[in-house]
Write a protein that binds this ligand. Structure first.
Ligand SMILES: O=C(O)CCC(=O)C(=O)O
Ligand SMILES: [Fe+2]
Length: 267
């Protein structure tokens, strides 16, 4: 029997916990269960001082499911499913906005595990709790959004690879129920860009409310901002949190490895 000394300390009032007392490279099954509980309770987790090799990172991520592969990115040659995030310059930083990952897919990834390899001064990442965003809507707004779906599109990524004429899109509920926790989360995207319109409505009719929901989603009182240290592992739940990668580090080197896990159809 393994005894665990894992601790999960909340990072804010509504999202995130720092997990200590565990080495992800030598993880026992009991420890993994404790991590699962902390993950579903907190939406995102920070594991300081892990310094995982690509193999160790892959092994840990594989505990959570199959690696998802997005059509717009190139993975490391000998490690399928492992993406190297690098500094492409601010003008090309498609992640410097609040988003859920790959909502244009019929089955967006369930979660992502990032491994911090080279960190500049700056280059923080923020996460926001979409459980809290949903919970703090009025009862009237909750009722109005019940059963509403919206069109989510891969506009930014398609543009980056020169495929403006062939932008992938999927319809998803605007309020989704987390398959593990049963909690409801607000599910939105950037107005007119990653979230284009409500089902059976025009963009013009949709945009005012999408804009309100997007701003509501990312209020500072539901956000954790992470200042990276090399060796950090950070994972987030892509079904109940949005994130934003701040680009304030100019030409400095910033390198993280990223593995996303295949998710189910949002409901
Ligand atoms: O660079 C980061 O911190 C995160 C980038 C991002 O949005 C992602 O990997 O999905
Ligand atoms: Fe992202």
């Amino acid at each position: 029997m393994t005894t665990t000394t894992i601790t999960a300390t909340p990072l804010t009032g509504h999202i995130g916990a720092r997990v200590e007392g565990v080495k992800l490279a030598e993880l026992g099954d009991g420890e993994f269960e404790a991590i699962q509980t902390a993950f579903y309770d907190n939406g995102m987790l920070v594991f300081p001082d892990q310094h995982l090799s690509v193999e160790e990172h892959s092994e840990y991520a594989a505990r959570w499911g199959e690696f998802s592969q997005s059509p717009f990115v190139n993975y490391l040659d000998d490690h399928p499913g492992v993406l190297e995030l690098q500094n492409r310059g601010k003008a090309d930083a498609v992640t410097e906005n609040w988003h859920y990952d790959s909502t244009f897919l019929p089955q967006p990834p369930s979660l992502t595990v990032l491994s911090a390899r080279k960190i500049p001064v700056g280059g923080d990442t923020m996460w926001s709790s979409q459980y809290h965003a949903y919970d703090t809507l009025s009862d009237g707004m909750k009722r109005m959004l019940e059963g509403v779906r919206a069109e989510f599109a891969g506009t930014r990524l398609a543009k980056r690879v020169g495929k403006e004429s062939d932008i992938p899109a999927s319809l998803h509920p605007v309020v989704r129920t987390h398959p593990e926790t049963g909690r409801k989360a607000l599910y939105v995207g950037h107005p007119g860009d990653t979230m284009r319109r409500f089902e059976d409505m025009t963009p013009e009719e949709s945009l005012p409310l999408i804009t309100f929901l997007y701003e509501h989603s990312t209020r500072p009182d539901r956000v954790y901002r992470h200042q990276w240290t090399e060796g950090d592992i950070v994972m987030w739940d892509n079904r109940c949190t949005m994130h934003y990668a701040v680009h304030d580090y100019g030409e400095q080197v910033r390198e993280l490895h990223r593995i996303s896990i295949t998710g189910d159809t949002p409901r």
